[in-house]
Ligand binder design. Structure first.
Ligand code: NI
Length: 166
């Protein structure tokens, strides 16, 4: 394995709802490793399993400058949300487009790590936005869903044109 193929909007497979991971085994750990490789190769800050056509509740994130702080969230659940903040978002599945999206400013969540151990954490800023964005992917939701239908259609048309030319 290694670098995985990232699905791009409007691929319908991005709309699948991901299933809960019942056991964090070597298969999941391999998936996490491959997702990190894929994310770093694509210069992204986050990737959900949905984006590589694996419909399990697994997310990888690294918002560090040095790209040396990988975070893996399995079966993440948001516990609390506070405040609101708008920031520009992009997505490896919607390459080349950046648009403002409103998210909770502070969140707390629980998840399992690659060893299957449950942990809780708090997040805000880029990390908080990234976690909320990636968790949307697990529900089959994309950041373009927050935009006006006019904007979303324009992005869809442009990407479809690019895909046709490949
Ligand atoms: Ni994304």
């Amino acid at each position: 394995m290694g670098v995985l193929t990232i699905l791009e909007f409007p691929d319908e497979r991005l709309r699948h709802k991901a299933a809960v991971v019942n056991r964090v085994d070597s298969g999941i750990r391999t998936l996490v490793k491959d997702m990190l490789t894929t994310m770093y190769e694509a210069h992204g800050v986050g990737l959900a399993a949905t984006q590589v056509n694996v419909h399990k509740r697994v997310i990888v994130i690294d918002v560090s400058e040095e790209k040396n702080s990988p975070l893996c969230l399995i079966n993440p659940v948001i516990l609390t949300r506070d405040g609101q903040e708008e920031s520009n978002e992009g997505c490896l599945s919607v390459p080349g487009f950046f648009e403002p999206v409103n998210r909770a400013k502070h969140i707390t969540l629980k998840a399992l790590d690659e060893e299957g151990n449950e942990f809780e954490m708090a997040a805000d800023g880029l990390l908080g936005v990234c976690i909320q964005h990636e968790m949307d992917h697990l529900e089959g939701k994309l950041f373009v869903d927050y935009l006006s239908s006019l904007k979303r259609e324009r992005i869809k048309k442009k990407l479809e044109k690019i895909h046709k030319g490949r």
